[in-house]
Design a protein around this ligand. Structure first.
Ligand SMILES: C[S@@+](CC[C@H](N)C(=O)[O-])C[C@H]1O[C@@H](n2cnc3c(N)ncnc32)[C@H](O)[C@@H]1O
Length: 457
């Protein structure tokens, strides 16, 4: 077995040759790659090796000899270390190009280079865009703190400004933290599985400015709960609802199954492209409202509806895309695996007086098969799946349903390209450039909209 050409703690000087899809600089010793945080192509860096596995290693920068022209000043290392903003050292235009290139490269690898990729639709102000925050709570030097963990570690870093969250959300987290401190409420201790508050989740409507606070607790009861709730409502009059979520498991999953509404109705409202939505603690709701509106506009534009069409919105969440489409279609069918989200979708249709959308709980594959059996003939199928992309059965039942058009919203270009390939093998073709939209500035995530049409026989 060949040994790596470097050893742990070895010091070296290297030139960075590449940037991985996770935003790490790559420096090579012979052909052996070292992955290095906060390092950009063409920068010469002194490094210390921190890990040397058989085929690759990790290193950290001790000193940088030159700055890449793509580098920005004034970065905060904590945002990189915690994984909140792994691309913050890259100028925003370069971030957009980096993201576009990821899609181009993945297409090339799959021999689909004939498919064009448009410039990424970016944000005018690429910070403070998240409408939802979920921050862990821990005791540090006997005091309750909110913050984040360093990547791949249990080292907790107290924080007050999170860079990418709505600034009002940061203020509410601080206010809640101070009230928990005042009532001497303990934070969760992972090792001992003791303590009360595990996470604080805050959501804020981008247009409504309504705020939801969720206190995720290990304990069933929050000491002096009524006083804590009153103080939060007094300190933050925009808080419309407070929910306690109880999670007694030893797990990294944030939310537990039991919920108690401590104030308000358990949901807030917000709107996207003029349609109102009720959002509860468990619902999936896109975190960047400004960019989500752009994506949904692209979907509606791509669907090219005239009012006569039947549309399926698979993976519909609380019906956000379905209701954007329903205004221009004859009928929309939505399917989603989470029952609470479908309850919200139905409520949202009613609130907006939209009567031509039906929503079903279940998997996309089971309902698409059922709709095919029931003789539903969609003109357009819209997909917005989780990162793992489409299950093979979903692709098969789509081909069976034979829509003229498929509009695919993706949050993972690797699975998108895989699925495009499968559809092209089954008689579909991409008919316009893939449109990436930057939903998550400062991070490596890439969202995009792809349009495919059935090839004419
Ligand atoms: C990326 S989100 C999109 C939601 C919605 N379109 C939106 O824009 O808010 C993906 C959704 O798919 C749901 N989901 C995951 N697996 C599913 C499956 N097998 N069938 C149907 N829905 C699924 C998730 O619960 C989640 O709500």
């Amino acid at each position: 077995m060949s040994k790596p050409p470097v050893t742990k703690n070895q010091k070296l000087t290297l030139t960075i040759s590449d940037l991985t899809y996770q935003g790490m600089g790559v420096g090579k010793v012979e052909h052996y790659p070292l992955f290095i945080e906060d390092a950009l192509p063409d920068e010469v860096v002194d490094i210390t090796v921190i890990k040397a596995s058989k085929n690759y290693g990790f290193a950290k920068v001790i000193n940088r000899h030159n700055d890449s022209p793509l580098r920005t000043d004034g970065i905060n290392k904590t945002y990189t270390q915690t994984g909140i903003a792994p691309l913050q050292h890259l100028k925003y235009d370069a971030q957009l190009e980096f993201k576009r290139n990821q899609v181009v490269e993945l297409l090339k690898k799959s021999h689909l280079e004939e498919i064009a990729v448009a410039d990424v639709l970016g944000m005018d102000e690429p910070a403070h865009y998240r409408n939802k925050a979920q921050v862990p709570v821990r005791m540090v030097k006997n005091q309750l703190e909110t913050g984040f963990f360093k990547k791949n570690s249990h080292t907790f870093v107290p924080m007050e400004d999170y860079l990418i969250q709505d600034e009002r959300i940061d203020e509410v987290i601080k206010a809640v933290r101070d009230i928990l401190r005042k009532y001497l409420i303990s934070a969760y201790d992972e090792k001992e599985h003791k303590g009360v508050v595990r996470h604080i989740i805050v959501r804020r409507g981008h247009y409504s400015h309504e705020v939801m606070v969720v206190l995720v607790t290990r304990a069933k009861k929050i000491p002096e709960s009524d006083e804590v709730v009153d103080e939060i409502l007094k300190a933050c009059p925009d808080v419309k609802t407070i929910v306690q979520n109880i999670n007694q498991e030893k797990t990294n999953v944030i939310l537990g199954k039991t919920e108690k509404i401590l104030a308000g109705t358990g949901h807030i409202t917000d709107s996207l492209n003029g349609i109102n939505f009720e959002i509860s603690a468990h619902s999936f709701y896109q975190v960047n409202s400004i960019q989500t509106e752009k994506i949904y506009q692209k979907v509606v534009e791509a669907a090219g509806l005239t009012g006569k069409e039947t549309v399926i919105d698979a993976y519909c969440g609380i019906g956000t895309i379905s209701l954007n489409l329903a205004q221009k279609a004859a009928k929309v069918y939505g399917v989603e695996i989470i029952p609470e989200a479908i309850e919200d979708a139905k409520k949202n249709a009613a609130v907006n007086k939209i009567g031509n959308a039906v929503f079903e709980v279940g998997t996309a594959s089971e309902w698409m098969t059922k709709w095919a059996e029931d003789g539903v003939k969609p003109d357009v199928v819209v997909f917005d799946p989780p990162r793992k992309g489409l299950e093979p059965e979903v692709i098969n039942s789509t081909v069976e349903l034979s829509p003229e058009k498929i509009v695919y919203v993706s949050c993972n270009p690797a699975t998108l390209v895989r699925d495009i390939q499968l559809f092209t093998e089954q008689g579909y073709e991409v008919t316009q450039p893939i449109q990436p939209v930057d939903q998550f500035p400062m991070t490596v995530h890439i969202e995009s909209v792809t349009v495919m049409k059935r090839k004419k026989a």
